[in-house]
Design a protein around this ligand. Sequence first.
Ligand SMILES: [Zn+2]
Length: 468
Amino acid sequence: MPERAFCVHGHFYQPPRVDPFTGEIPQEYGAEPYSNWTEKIYHTCYRPNTLIGNFEKISFNLGSTLTHWMEQHHPDTLKEIVRQENAVFARLGVSNGMAQPYFHTIMPLADKRDKLTLVRWGLRDYQRLFGHLPQGMWLPETAVDLETLDVLAGEGLQFTILAPWQAKRSDLDVTQPYKVNLPSGRSIAVFFYNSFLSGEISFNPCATENADRFVQDWLLPQMGAIQRDGAQFFLAASDGELYGHHQPFRDMFLSHLLDGAVEERGILRSYPAAWLRNHPLEQSTEIVENTSWSCHHGIERWRDVCGDAPDATWKKPLREFLTQLSQAVDAIYEEKTSGLVGDLWALRDDYAQVIMGQADPNEFVQAHAKKKLNSAEVTLLKNLLAAQHERLRMFSSDAWFFYDLDRIEPLNALKYAAHAAHLTQLACGRDVSQDLLPIISRAQSQQSGLHGDMAYLSYLSRFNLNYA
Ligand SMILES: [Zn+2]
């Protein structure tokens, strides 16, 4: 019988809920008895999955906004996740973890320079946590274009995971990874997940009540339906929060599924990186650019109205406002720093050291300057780099995912935007967002009537009052 393997990938992630005014996550309604949702999901999902050893059994990625929170609030749990990944790495020589761009950005909507920074920051964060680089990178919402894949390949990454409808081939066989050739001459491997198994795990609670029954009634019939002569890799992908949070006790389902139920039926447990090492790519495909796993209209969900949120007319002006604001912030960054440092954008990439607490900000800017800086120049560089961090953070996809503007995710995007504008104003003496207010005034909440420009201006004045 040809070799057959099964793998579950979990995408574990929390939006940036931290309030930039306090540096903490505010008390959140509905998360009782915990003070916020991240803490609640920690107790229902991250902690139990760690205690039961699931991070050794699955393929996973953990967003940096989540790991940084865990580092602060539950460092022992994070250490245990690292230990489990390290055990796989020691055994197989490849990782069962995947990195993620540092913020949960819809990559096709970012320009190449931002793509590079987000991928480099994400890789640095993975290496810092796990002690080595990963072979794969998970893309937020699996949103993809060729430039993103090329950036991944250029940074040494070997593979990503996409939904099957993101391949151009109509005869796609999802039990094998495909080679995607890129315009630069590079290539990258893509695993396409099994959409039936992934959908059943994610949306049909009956499927995941019992691991043995899942193998008998879901996995084996799928394996029977897709047969070919060569080795086959069956991959199911879902949000990690499903296991224990969205659906109770699924942490235990997952554990038994991958530590008993599957092997008892002669199916191997494997991971994408391990599979790729032992099975050379036989087929290639092109991808459909500007597609994702969670919007059936490409990537419209994150920039305009679409069938997933047909009344969300606030999304387009929010995207436009943030895009133009980031261009204005970048123009000041270039103008004010070009005499002080060499490669401004390499400096931003290296700034990851400061964000991750590996370098002192004052020493960092001095070490990267073309000359000895005075204290005003040090402050200028620190403010402009902090503005770059905020303007990258404000594009986290969560801001556009839901139906209304008056929610923590879009309002946090406006807070980070106001912070970026404030820091830029400290460097250049003027408010670069002023001319853009008519754009954000077009974004309105249907639920509360909140106007985007009013919310933005209230945040901006708070920053100016607090720190002027
Ligand atoms: Zn959609």
